[in-house]
Design a protein around this ligand. Structure first.
Ligand SMILES: [Zn+2]
Ligand SMILES: [Zn+2]
Length: 166
């Protein structure tokens, strides 16, 4: 496609719309600028390049990164999970280290995501870790501390029974 000025403007609109859609699942979260980064390259994402992953959606900067992720997601999985929380598809339910309840006044900012912990001990453990370890420990196992904002549709619905007497 030729990138005429109109096309460029259309892309920009698409970008805004895409992030608006994912932000719209968050109720009672104040409007804020969300800047998801590609979990493979840490570049800004292209809203047209995404993948369904672990009950949510992950965006990438380009198709090459998407293909690299599909070929071996393990290395970039913590950053993909972090992006899913940043884009408000998942919200925190518990301490990401042990699943215990989150205590007040224990938050840390991890890549734009405010994460709470059950105790000062868990917060200190993450606060003193290297950034790669922070991401891996907090977001590696997404289900321990985070839950999808919208319940996932069941894979198979029970068959509808015909109404009796018809
Ligand atoms: Zn990328
Ligand atoms: Zn904890």
């Amino acid at each position: 496609m030729r990138m005429t000025p109109r096309n460029v403007a259309g892309w920009g609109l698409g970008l805004a719309t895409a992030w608006l859609v994912v932000a719209a699942v968050a109720v009672a979260v104040p409007a804020m600028k969300i800047e998801p980064m590609c979990p493979v390259s840490a570049e800004p994402c292209d809203p047209k390049v995404s993948l369904d992953f672990h009950g949510g959606r992950v965006w990438f900067c380009c198709k090459t990164c998407k293909q690299a992720f599909e070929a071996d997601p393990s290395r970039s999985t913590p950053l993909a999970h972090q992006q899913m929380v940043l884009t408000r598809q998942f919200i925190q339910r518990a301490c990401p280290l042990d699943g215990a309840g989150v205590a007040a006044g224990t938050t840390l900012d991890l890549g734009g995501v405010e994460v709470g912990f059950c105790s000062d001990a868990c917060r200190t453990r993450i606060n003193q870790a290297a950034i790669d370890d922070q991401t891996r420990l907090v977001f590696g196992n997404l289900g321990r501390g985070f839950a999808p904002v919208k319940p996932l549709a069941p894979k198979r619905l029970p068959p509808e029974k015909p109404a009796a007497g018809r």
